[in-house]
Design a protein around this ligand. Sequence first.
Ligand code: SAM
Ligand code: ZN
Length: 268
Amino acid sequence: MNHAILRCPVCGNALTETDRTLRCEQNHCFDIAKEGYCNLNSAHRSGDNIGDNKDMARSRRDFLNKGFYAPLAEAVCQCVEGCTQKGDSVLDICCGEGYYTEYLTKRMERDFYGFDLSKNMVRLAAKRHCGASFFVANIARIPIADGSVKAAFHLFAPFQAAEFGRILAKDGTLFTAIPGRRHLFGLKEALYDTPYENDEQKPQADGLRLTDEIRVKGEITLGSQEDIQALFQMTPYYYHTPSKGMARLEQLGSLTTEIEFVIAAYQK
Ligand SMILES: C[S@@+](CC[C@H](N)C(=O)[O-])C[C@H]1O[C@@H](n2cnc3c(N)ncnc32)[C@H](O)[C@@H]1O
Ligand SMILES: [Zn+2]
């Protein structure tokens, strides 16, 4: 596991690796799991029950592995490639089960890191064995050295402007993806009588400068209930849909929907 930019979550000191353990000079130590990731969440709140459960995490992985969101992965890849070079550190913030991290590792040689608060997600990410270093951590306190990340990407997850700004290099860039106006409109039409478009509200990014906006659009067709349900589970609608809408979705043999993302680029 590459730990060059990782820091002890308790005291902030650098870490060294011995016997599958990361340790700081004050002897705080963190075991490297058999899958190769490290739990650096000092609050120890990263049990198996934080975030998506194991089934949801696997279903998200299987859905993304089928390439439905590949246009977004490709766009993020180009963004990161354009502003980094070999040897630079690239971080996937709230990496989930690592689909996007792996996509980028296959395309360029960089020092890749990824973290998420959910151990279930990080375990799946580590099992990809894609060469990135994965760890469990909270965006509220990222165990990474100040100014050490040349490019970070952050897709559909909570935002923490001060921490993101702290870890970014002086000339570093953060790419954040949010759902575009028409994202998953076809799914919403199946679920709701009067679906609304998304508002494309960008995160509160105090202290960071918005430098660019890239729009990614496409259309996907899900040919099975398994894929339709996997997509549904990945959305916030899963938690707020009346049973009538769920029943309607269960009747569908296939679903075609627009996908649309906005990638916002920020610098310090
Ligand atoms: C919608 S998922 C997106 C995952 C991944 N970026 C993707 O697009 O596939 C949001 C992720 O944010 C993670 N998350 C939520 N709160 C977090 C926090 N405070 N610190 C770190 N990760 C967090 C969740 O565990 C989840 O994996
Ligand atoms: Zn320490």
